[in-house]
Design a protein around this ligand. Structure first.
Ligand SMILES: Nc1ncnc2c1ncn2[C@@H]1O[C@H](COP(=O)(O)OP(=O)(O)OP(=O)(O)O)[C@@H](O)[C@H]1O
Length: 682
């Protein structure tokens, strides 16, 4: 039965769709006009080329560029209108500003304005007025505008699900209307990459998305709390809010790997923004080292930790991931500054350059990175000698000075200083570096840090906002490098519990020490998994603060088999059952790449893919991969094979198991042979 309200809404939807169709027609018309004009202009230039001078050519070129630009904008506008035609809006609030008339505010993914009537038909979800949809229920409400706060009253609140231009359902204002729609959204099966959540953003999430003041925003949230989603919506918000000054190309996402980058790449285009540049931590490192060194990747480091339990290796990683280590590096730099410049009297011809002069000059340039100071000091010495001799210096004299100054300093290569640092510490054994061998991953950023401080590196000034995901995987030294390289605002997010390397993980507290101006937000509500799956994962790594959303599903199963082969046979069966169920995505998550490859060989079939550290794209369907690579992804169903005590025994293994289990939305199965992993025994 359709009631009167719903009938009205359906009629209104038709009206809006009609207006959208007309708007699309208008854009089509102007796109056609632009391209006709462009063609004519080109034709004209072609025909009159001989009679045109340089200035005419430049002017013609500029006018063509302008037309093409306007044409592109029209095409982008059309794309948005088409998208709105599919789902024009998802919410409505009727707001009565104090002393004024009620105003229905329909909220959608983009804005839509009736140009003739100069009226907003749909408000962009990022518009100031739309914030009330997320922040208030019925009753008193307010929103901030650049001109001040607007107070008023919300009289009505509705949510809609419109798909392919059809109203699927609508929900009238209740005490908390969000929950119902949210439940429906979360119960759905995931068939693809990460999606936008504009229709169901929660209040605490909204506060993070719309925060405009924090120079550094640190989001520490439990598994599935929406960190990545929020961070991307935050970028969309900032691009809208600061559209005059920040464009998509001015933002940079530091992502853990290409698969993850691909997995999240849908969200911003869905929100009408362009693709955002993305860089892996290793790519950044290679760039900062001018591609001069080969080094182990983070993935290699984790793989090495999973393969062997080498106490010295662990110790090296642990030490270099501590805050204390960063302090020591800074102490060392002061020591170098004060001790490694051994001034000797310098004789140039008849002139003796006095020691105090040299020392004073060296100190004058204390703001210049140490290894860059020699040339400046040499120039001062040349001036000194010239003034003393009252004549020009010979080339020979000039180069004598140029060579003598650096010789007064103990080292010239950053790598030599880095080695010396461990001697200074009295712990030379903490650097394991043989010529011809790649650097250990734990040494990469300390070396970059020294390079930054001793040689200076030009900063990434063009970046206006930096987004760092999986923050727990980066160390204080890495943050110190980021803080010096990127002077812009930052959003940093992650979860300490999901570290793939417990010896080098950072919590929000650690990061705060590097960025004392950071605003830290903690999120405890978990949206991804059913209550049963969350409770199960809690047994591996407890977090008493976690609040799972009330959504139920089958209990996770831990099933024993006679051998790994039998496990794989059973998984084959599970795959068949799964392919016939309504679900779309499945992750088979192993501890090591070797195990993943073994499983892949046994399970190979159409629609089954192996993801490795070299993969570049996220695939829909059944994915076999490692816990490390699955981090940040999610699947309808997850299978964790080989969950035995032989596979999962160390701290690192435990982290992997936790990450693997928390990837599941609806269903989780673990299989093992022999003894079950100790972290799973109830
Ligand atoms: N407000 C919301 N409305 C609907 N879905 C949401 C909401 N918040 C989060 N989700 C969903 O929860 C899931 C987890 O979100 P996301 O991957 O952003 O979380 P995360 O905290 O980055 O997770 P993890 O750290 O475990 O990788 C996604 O499917 C996302 O769409």
């Amino acid at each position: 039965m359709i009631n009167a309200t719903e009938r009205e809404e359906r009629e209104y939807l038709e009206e809006i769709k009609e207006k959208l169709t007309l708007a699309i027609r208008r854009v089509d018309g102007s796109v056609k006009q632009f391209s006709d004009e462009l063609r004519e202009k080109k034709q004209y230039i072609h025909e009159h080329q001989s009679g045109m001078d340089d200035a005419d050519m430049v002017a013609a070129g500029q006018s063509i560029n302008r037309m093409a630009f306007t044409g592109d904008a029209a095409v982008a506008r059309k794309r948005k209108l088409l998208k709105l035609g599919q789902s024009p809006y998802f919410g409505r609030i009727d707001f009565v500003p104090q002393g004024k008339a009620s105003l229905p505010v329909y909220i959608g993914i983009y804005s839509f304005i009736d140009e003739q009537q100069r009226q907003s038909l749909i408000y962009d979800w990022r518009a100031p007025i739309s914030s009330m949809f997320y922040d208030f229920e019925l009753g008193d409400a307010s929103f901030a505008t650049p001109g001040g706060v607007v107070q008023g009253n919300i009289e009505l609140k509705r949510q809609y699900k419109i798909r392919d231009g059809r109203l699927e359902f609508m929900i009238e204002n209740d005490v908390n209307i969000h929950d119902d729609v949210l439940q429906r959204e979360l119960a759905k099966s995931s068939d693809d990459k990460l999606k936008n959540i504009v229709a169901t953003i929660q209040r605490d999430q909204n506060a993070v998305i719309r925060n405009e003041t924090a120079p550094v925003m640190v989001i520490q949230g439990v598994a599935g709390s929406g960190k990545t989603s929020i961070a991307l919506h935050r970028i969309a918000f900032l691009l809208y809010r600061y559209r005059e000054t920040i464009g998509a190309k001015d933002v940079l996402i530091i992502s853990p790997n290409k698969v993850f980058a691909d997995y999240i790449s849908n969200v911003l285009p869905e929100l009408g923004e362009e693709h955002i540049p993305e860089l892996g931590m290793e790519e950044l490192a290679a760039d900062l080292l001018d591609h001069q060194y080969s080094f182990q990747t983070f993935f290699d480091q984790v793989a090495a930790l999973l393969d062997t339990h080498d106490a010295a290796f662990i110790e090296r990683i642990r030490f270099k991931s501590s805050f204390e280590f960063l302090n020591q590096l800074n102490q060392y730099l002061i020591y170098v500054e004060n001790n490694y410049f051994t001034v000797k009297e310098l004789r140039v011809g008849q002139t003796i350059v006095p020691l105090p002069f040299l020392l004073a000059k060296f100190k004058t340039f204390h703001r210049v990175p140490l290894l860059k100071r020699f040339a400046l000091v040499a120039e001062e010495v040349r001036n000194y000698v010239r003034d003393a001799t009252k004549r020009k210096l010979t080339n020979h004299e000039k180069s004598t000075i140029g060579e003598a100054i650096p010789r007064m300093f103990r080292f010239h290569q950053v790598l030599d200083l880095y080695r010396d640092f461990y001697r200074w510490l009295g712990k030379p054994e903490l650097l394991k570096f043989d010529h011809g061998r790649p650097l250990e991953y734990a040494d990469v950023f300390p070396l970059i840090y020294l390079r930054l401080r001793l040689e200076g590196i030009s900063t990434y000034d063009h970046v206006k906002h930096l987004l760092v995901d999986e923050m727990q995987d980066y160390t204080p030294v890495q943050y110190a490098v980021l803080s010096r390289m990127f002077l812009c605002r930052k959003t940093i997010l992650g979860d300490v519990s999901q570290t793939v390397n417990p010896y080098s993980s950072s919590s929000a507290e650690t990061i705060e020490r590097v960025f004392p101006q950071a605003e830290v937000v903690k999120l405890y509500r978990s949206y991804r998994s059913t209550v049963e799956i969350t409770a199960f994962a809690q047994r591996i790594t407890p977090n008493p603060n976690i609040i799972p959303l009330e959504r139920h599903g089958p209990e996770p199963a831990v099933v024993r088999f006679g051998s790994p082969n039998e496990e794989l046979q059973a998984i084959k069966q599970l795959i068949t059952t799964f392919q016939n169920s309504g679900n779309h995505s499945m992750g088979i998550i192993c501890k090591t790449l070797r195990q993943a490859e073994q499983a892949y060989t046994a399970l190979e079939a159409p629609g089954v893919y192996l993801l490795t550290d070299e993969s570049t794209a996220f695939k829909e369907g059944i994915i076999i991969t490692t816990a490390h690579l699955a981090k940040g992804l999610e699947f309808d169903a997850v299978i964790v094979p080989f969950a035995s005590a032989r596979t999962y025994k160390t701290e690192v293994d435990k982290s992997m198991l936790y990450v693997a289990c928390t990837r599941a939305m609806h269903q989780l199965t673990l299989t093992y042979s022999g003894e079950v992993a100790p972290f799973l025994s109830a």
